[in-house]
Ligand binder design. Structure first.
Ligand SMILES: [Mg+2]
Length: 219
């Protein structure tokens, strides 16, 4: 059966960067934050244990977020534009599901013709001067299990066939919501994801995954 809904992780899947690490780099706290991110993506610590900690260290302002939005686009993974165009042409419902910061990801989504309503990520709040206030602590995506929760919102009762493409431990959670998970190791190759994903691709281009996303349409 063909997939009706195709979801993508963002960081290290659509773009070569890990957004939170880039924010940390610009705030000169890179080593501390990157170690936390990598531990979470390898499944060594729970996402909720590092999420607040990272942002409390970085405190990104509005300017830093708009710079990050540019970086997401500059570092786009090979083949992403073509994959999105092909999926939209095939009338797939396409979503981006990310534990990253929503305002930084929206411009990339717009570039790929994905409406804001199909971008699921964590909101960040600023004060009137554009300085960091807080993030959406209620967002399921700032916690482990969040990607499964969002998959269930998008596809209640798993009525439609759904697939998620991603590089990390949190992406595997979509399996709990009945989604097929395709591991993408074109940016970062993680043993845990290679072992547990339904299929795994290590090609540097996302185009390698496209035949699977469109599979069975021709059957
Ligand atoms: Mg990722």
């Amino acid at each position: 059966m063909p997939f009706d809904i195709v979801c993508f992780d963002c960081d290290s899947t659509l773009s070569r960067i890990e957004g939170i690490d880039e924010l940390a780099r610009s705030c000169h706290v890179f080593a501390e934050v990157a170690a936390l991110t990598d531990a979470a993506m390898n499944g060594e610590v729970a996402l909720e244990d590092v999420y607040a900690k990272r942002l409390d260290v970085i405190k990104p302002n509005q300017h830093a977020i708009s710079q990050l939005a540019d970086q997401y686009i500059d570092e786009i993974v090979e083949g992403v534009t073509e994959v999105f165009a092909a999926l939209l042409a095939a009338n797939k419902q396409v979503h981006i599901i990310s534990g990253g910061l929503r305002q930084a990801i929206l411009p990339l989504a717009t570039r790929l013709n994905i409406p804001a309503s199909q971008v699921h990520a964590v909101d960040i709040f600023f004060d009137v001067n554009g300085d960091y206030l807080d993030f959406d602590r209620q967002s399921p995506l700032a916690q482990s299990g969040g990607k499964a929760a969002v998959c269930r919102q998008i596809n209640p009762s798993a009525a439609l066939n759904m697939v998620l493409v991603g590089d990390g431990k949190t992406d595997l959670e979509a399996q709990h919501a009945g989604a097929t998970v395709i591991g993408f190791g074109g940016v970062v190759r993680r043993d845990l994801v290679e072992a547990q994903a339904d299929q795994f691709f290590a090609d540097p281009s996302l185009l390698a995954v496209l035949p699977v996303l469109l599979q069975a349409d021709s059957n």
